[in-house]
Design a binder for this molecule. Structure first.
Ligand SMILES: [Zn+2]
Length: 358
């Protein structure tokens, strides 16, 4: 068991929980290709030279850092400083997206770059057991093919509602047989990896840096939003913020899988099933304008398979709705960005990397 790379990674993660190790790793990562000296690390982290010396020796022995040349500091005599760099392939993290119709799995290196990926369709009506068995088989295949570099853990993103603190799903729309499932435990048992569970939209909003006030709007088999406000991700009291798809935009509208009527999600999905993309785009645009008026975000990233299959009508409708509905759209400018189809699993993998880098 100790030769299993996944197990090896899990042990290392436990060893690296020291906050000072995390601060040093973060400073080395920030220096990227240039490399950084021990003296510079002490300045950046506020740690003593002695502490830096001990920590970097440990990280070098563990393979996370490497010595990469020397630099001579202008105006200073004496020995040139040794530069340290992160070894991106020394560890990896996995990120998975459980959708209502498919699984996506990624492996990323320590810089977050994707090094392997796999995708498979699923049958959500078949219940969670076969889907999670399939996911575990994909994890085994991706880690077996990876060669060196222990796996730190698995970030797992899925549609809400769910409680990310205990990893339990609550009435996920369109997946009734998944209700009450202890997802984190079920996947941890099947893979032997440390597992972090997150809502798909929250993972996606964290998948890349952006302004302090931003949203990720997802249109796939459901509609949702991930939120970063004041530089902090917003999960809400029960980690369930961003159920954006269940705002009512038409009380007389179509019934929603959640039991209510006229939810944004129901209006969008009903229109899409009938091939009326323009109608779905107009409904989503009202939702986005409501979101901007409520939260004053300055960037909205659009993602999800249904939207990314034909993004222009959505972008056009949202621009038009923002211009029409904001009191002063020039002052309250909102940048629209387009996500890739990997935003959710990349954000999920990032949650595992965050355990290493803080
Ligand atoms: Zn609803």
């Amino acid at each position: 068991m100790t030769t299993d790379p996944a197990h090896h990674g899990a042990l290392n993660l436990a060893l690296l929980r020291d906050r000072n190790d995390t601060a040093v790793l973060r400073a080395v990562r920030a220096a990227a290709d240039r490399g950084t000296s021990r003296v510079e690390l002490a300045t950046r982290t506020g740690l003593t030279a002695q502490a830096i010396s001990k920590i970097t020796a440990r990280l070098l022995a563990d393979g996370l850092l490497t010595e990469a040349g020397h630099e001579r500091v202008a105006g200073q005599s004496g020995k040139p400083r040794t530069l340290l760099r992160l070894v991106p392939g020394s560890r990896s993290a996995l990120g998975a997206e459980i959708g209502r119709r498919g699984l996506r799995l990624l492996r990323v290196d320590l810089t977050g770059a994707v090094t392997a990926r796999a995708e498979e369709p699923i049958d959500p009506d078949g219940g969670p057991g076969p889907v999670l068995d399939r996911l575990a088989a994909m994890v085994r295949a991706l880690t077996a093919a990876s060669g060196t570099g222990g796996v730190l853990g698995l970030g797992l993103a899925c549609p809400g509602p769910l409680d990310t603190r205990d990893g339990v799903l609550h009435q996920v729309t369109g997946m009734p047989s998944w209700h009450g499932l202890h997802l984190r435990e079920a996947v941890r048992t099947r893979t032997g990896l440390p597992v972090v569970v997150e809502k798909n939209t929250t993972a996606a909003v964290l998948s890349r840096p952006g302004p302090d006030d931003r949203a990720f709007v997802h249109l796939g088999d459901g509609v949702g939003a991930g939120l970063v406000l004041g530089g902090r991700v917003q999960r809400g009291a029960r980690t369930n913020a961003g159920e954006f798809g269940h705002q009512c935009i038409d009380p007389a509208g179509p019934p929603c899988a959640c039991g209510a009527r006229g939810c944004l999600e129901a209006v969008c999905l009903t229109a899409l099933r009938a091939g009326r993309t323009g109608e779905a785009a107009d409904a989503l645009a009202i939702g986005v304008a409501n979101l901007v008026r409520l939260l004053d975000v300055e960037e909205v990233t659009l993602g999800g398979d249904a939207l990314l299959a034909d993004p222009e009508p959505y972008e056009g409708a949202i621009r038009a709705a923002l211009a029409a509905r904001l009191p002063d759209p020039h002052w309250q400018h909102v940048a629209l960005a387009r996500a890739t189809d990997l935003a959710v699993p990349q954000g999920a993998a990032g949650l595992t990397l965050a355990r290493l880098f803080g």
